[in-house]
Design a protein around this ligand. Structure first.
Ligand SMILES: [Zn+2]
Length: 232
């Protein structure tokens, strides 16, 4: 494996497109070597379903020289949407995983959706903010807001049925702005494929820049909202 030149970034993210603590995804016997390779990073982040957080999580945390952060998809707390989205992940399961991590001094990062199917579009921002607040209240130190993106066919099907409305760039900006009031967690917007989000072309660039600025600055200095004649 190639050595990375110092200074090392402080945070290492190990995303394996699955559950890190699923034994079929990451064999437990690999954990010591992974921890060894991660030496020197202050925090190591892995992704897991809430229901897979357990003894293996503690084992990996103990092997690391830095802190362990587990990223968990909370997605939404909207009562109707949650039953459709991920039947295996119910709120009590998220809660017990969060409590388990807190009890063992392991950090929790949460993923929250903007524009989850079955959440009425007019309430989209509100439910995203509520879900972020929920994650923070359960101890999440970092929360990433992820706008739901189509492209897999299923969302297009739901859209045709009226059960899904693609979230917009403006909604993402507003949701992130409203979350700045939450002091116990750092809240950021996921910028992956940001250019595909529906937006007014007159202010798209401006809004993306403001979201980027908010992602970087969590203090009280909020960049002023732009003024766009096209969507004022
Ligand atoms: Zn505009």
């Amino acid at each position: 494996m190639e050595e990375i030149e110092p200074p090392l970034p402080t945070r290492l993210k190990l995303y394996n497109a699955s559950n890190f603590f699923d034994r079929r995804a990451v064999p437990p016997e690999d954990l010591p070597r992974i921890a060894e390779l991660a030496r020197g990073f202050a925090t190591v982040t892995v992704e897991s379903h809430a229901n897979m957080i357990g003894p293996l999580t503690l084992q990996f945390a103990a092997l690391l020289s830095g802190r362990l952060e587990v990223a968990v998809g909370l997605e939404t707390i909207h009562p109707v949407a949650i039953t459709h989205l991920n039947k295996r992940l119910e709120l009590p399961r998220f809660d017990s995983a969060a409590a388990f991590l807190a009890h063992h001094d392991i950090d929790l990062r949460a993923f929250v959706l903007l524009g989850a199917p079955y959440v009425p579009a007019a309430e989209s921002i509100e439910w995203t903010v509520r879900t972020v607040e929920y994650a923070a209240s359960r101890g999440a130190r970092r929360v990433a807001i992820i706008p739901v993106r189509g492209g897999n066919g299923e969302l297009e099907r739901l859209e045709a049925l009226g059960d899904f409305v693609p979230p917009t760039l403006a909604q993402l900006e507003h949701a992130l702005e409203r979350c700045r009031g939450i002091k116990s967690a750092v809240v950021t917007a996921d910028l992956w494929d940001i250019d595909r989000l529906p937006a007014c072309e007159g202010c798209r660039t401006q809004r993306v820049a403001r979201i980027r600025a908010m992602n970087l600055c969590t203090g009280s200095r909020l960049p002023a909202p732009g003024s766009c004649p096209a969507c004022a």
